[in-house]
Write a protein that binds this ligand. Structure first.
Ligand code: ADP
Length: 252
């Protein structure tokens, strides 16, 4: 089976007045369709940069990023826009539109895509049901808990029918119990819709809970990757050992 995401020799160098930072250093890996793939590492290891490169929010300095057969770096603007529709993203701080109620937040991408208002509302209502927030359709983001806000963000991202969902520290602002409920929702979505999920996190418990595979980043390099069981049960590198042992959760 061809991987849904294939990264080859990815480099990202940030230049500033004070010098250069190599945030991604010759990174290569691939993700199969339907996987839940975790990317872990200490703060500053390059996790955010890597995940932002996967949809070209950040443009790599060099390398290739294949989504299916298409190398994103070789597409025209128009082709890239089409390809990006396959990739949704959720964030630590939810990024909801504060002036719009919950239903209208979920309708937003559908309206942008040109769907008729009535149809968009029907679809958004269904998605709110999927994420367990039907009764909050008329509420505004400020009236919701963190977990509820992330559910709205998930419904909104699902509205565009993505094949891939990127999660950048999506549970890092949530308490442990809410984190569990959001992870369980992500797992349901993965199973129900076959959406491939990429999870960036500094929380090892998140990886243990939902990921099938994991990659370890250290100073911009991918130092280890494999199934979660392989990496957590017998980490090969010092970087992986430290992350896993410090979290104290190597055994399920
Ligand atoms: P992580 O998500 O693992 O915390 P990041 O990808 O945010 O790591 O950062 C990796 C490195 O790249 C860090 O040294 C960070 O300071 C640097 N970096 C990230 N974004 C920028 C930027 N826009 N300009 C300059 N340096 C950056």
């Amino acid at each position: 089976m061809e991987p849904i995401i294939k990264v080859e020799h990815l480099n990202k160098i940030f230049s500033s007045g004070t010098g250069e930072v190599v945030a991604a250093d010759d990174i290569s890996f691939s993700i199969d369709k339907g996987d839940i793939f975790g990317i872990i590492g200490l703060s500053g290891a390059g996790k955010s940069t890597l995940v932002r490169c996967l949809n070209l929010l950040e443009r790599p300095t060099s390398g290739s990023i294949f989504i299916g057969k298409n190398n994103l770096l070789e597409l025209s603007e128009r082709e890239l826009r089409m390809e990006r529709r396959k990739i949704g993203m959720i964030f630590q701080h939810f990024n909801l539109l504060m002036q719009r109620n919950v239903l209208d937040n979920v309708c937003f991408p559908l309206e942008i895509a040109g769907m008729k208002k009535k149809e968009a509302r029907e679809r958004a209502s269904k998605l709110l049901k999927t994420v367990g927030l039907k009764e909050k359709a008329k509420a505004y983001p400020a009236q919701l808990s963190g977990g509820q806000k992330q559910r709205v963000a998930i419904a909104r991202v699902l509205a565009a029918n993505p094949e891939i969902l990127l999660c950048d520290e999506a549970t890092s602002a949530l308490d442990p119990q809410t984190t569990k409920s959001i992870l369980s929702l992500l797992k349901d979505i993965n199973e129900k819709y076959g959406i491939t999920i990429v999870v960036i996190t500094h929380e090892m418990s998140v990886v243990r809970e939902i990921c099938s595979h994991v990659a370890v980043l250290e100073e911009g390099k991918l130092v280890e990757s494999g199934t979660v069981d392989e990496v957590f049960d017998s980490p090969k590198t010092e970087a992986a050992r430290k992350l896993i042992l410090n979290a104290g959760i190597q055994n399920k």
